[in-house]
Design a protein around this ligand. Structure first.
Ligand code: NAP
Length: 310
């Protein structure tokens, strides 16, 4: 398993993480097997959020870690907050100090821990008061409830805005990224062109994150579109699957591993947040952390995913 130092910190963790957005529907035994599977492959980073399963996902993860007797300091726990979700399916965002503090306390309770290693603002709240966020972060840090801070789904100016108000360095930004979701790369390669890949969806977040030493955490790395489904073995993507198969054979591994290795190959040193709840697939995906792709293989996969150059 490839490891790296998180953001600009000197704290080491795994390049592959397990995201538990989908673990809420799993039984106690299933969750234990899922968590043990990734731990056995060197994954020590776990990502959750208070809205996943309306809190159930964090509870299930906490129980699984307890059942497995995992030592707290052997893993990295991250949660995200700032979204209010109801069981009627509607949502709004809330970065008020009261809400952020309550939300983190509730997550600590569900996870069965006294601190998280990192906490991220889940999606930008346009009603955000910087003073509120600053006070919430200061309180959490002073109480030792959150060690590191970051954001999710923010563009560079939004990161700059939050950073201007808080005293903690923002270390991570969680963004959708994978072989079938590459706007941040397309836009860099087609800069100043008139074609659709040149469309700026995120304000140059890839270059910005590298400059600021912020870790990009790639969410939904196996999905195309917004949760439309996985692209592996999907007849909609024959060229990509053929290329994944070819590269997998070269490396004596599988297509899931190559899709992970493709993200890890980028020098931005992204983290991959896996979302599968299938232990066999997780095993295949984790293998990708030991595969080093050649430059040509990286480009061949990028083109097979339907991309081009100007
Ligand atoms: N910050 C944000 O706004 C945000 C948004 C979304 C997600 N996230 C984070 O990112 C994590 C991962 O997201 P995700 O769950 O959407 O990731 P994903 O790995 O792209 O998708 C997982 C889903 O696709 C299926 N799948 C994946 N690979 C497959 C394959 N090769 N063949 C067949 N099915 C496959 C999985 O089914 P099986 O379980 O059967 O394998 C599962 O239903 C989440 O848990 C969460 O932590 C963050």
């Amino acid at each position: 398993m490839k490891r790296f130092t998180f953001g600009s910190t000197d704290v080491e963790t795994s390049r592959v993480a397990l995201g538990v957005m989908r673990i809420d529907s799993r039984s106690r035994d299933e969750a234990k097997t899922i968590v043990k599977t990734v731990l056995d492959h060197g994954v020590t980073f776990f990502d959750t959020a208070d809205v996943y399963g309306l809190g159930k996902s964090s509870e299930v993860l906490g129980q699984a870690l307890k059942d497995l007797g995992i030592k707290r300091d052997s893993i990295w726990l991250q949660t995200k907050f700032g979204i209010i979700s109801t069981d009627k399916g509607n949502q709004r965002y809330d970065f008020s100090k009261e809400h952020l503090i309550e939300a983190l306390d509730a997550e600590l309770e569900r996870l069965g821990t006294d601190h998280v290693d990192s906490v991220l603002l889940h999606r930008p709240d346009t009603l955000m008061d910087l003073e509120d966020v600053a006070e919430a972060f200061d309180d959490m840090e002073a109480a030792g409830k959150a060690l590191h801070f970051g954001v999710s789904n923010m563009n560079p100016w939004q990161v700059e805005l939050v950073q201007s108000g808080v005293s903690q360095k923002l270390e991570a930004n969680q963004l959708q990224f994978g072989l079938m979701h590459t706007h941040m790369i397309q836009q860099e390669l087609h800069v100043n062109m008139e074609d659709s890949p040149s469309l700026d969806h995120d304000g140059g977040i890839l270059a910005y994150s590298r400059l600021k030493k912020m870790t990009i955490q790639a969410w939904s790395p196996f999905q195309y579109g917004f949760f439309e489904g996985p692209f592996i073995d999907n007849p909609k993507f024959p060229e990509l699957n053929a290329e994944l198969d070819k590269v997998a054979k070269n490396h004596k591994t599988n297509k899931n591993a190559i899709a992970v290795a493709w993200i890890l190959r980028h020098p931005a040193k992204m983290q991959v947040v896996l979302g599968s709840m299938n232990p066999d697939r997780l095993t295949q995906m984790a293998e990708g952390a030991d595969v080093d792709l050649e430059r040509q293989e990286w480009w061949d996969l990028y083109f097979a995913a339907g991309n081009d150059l100007p």
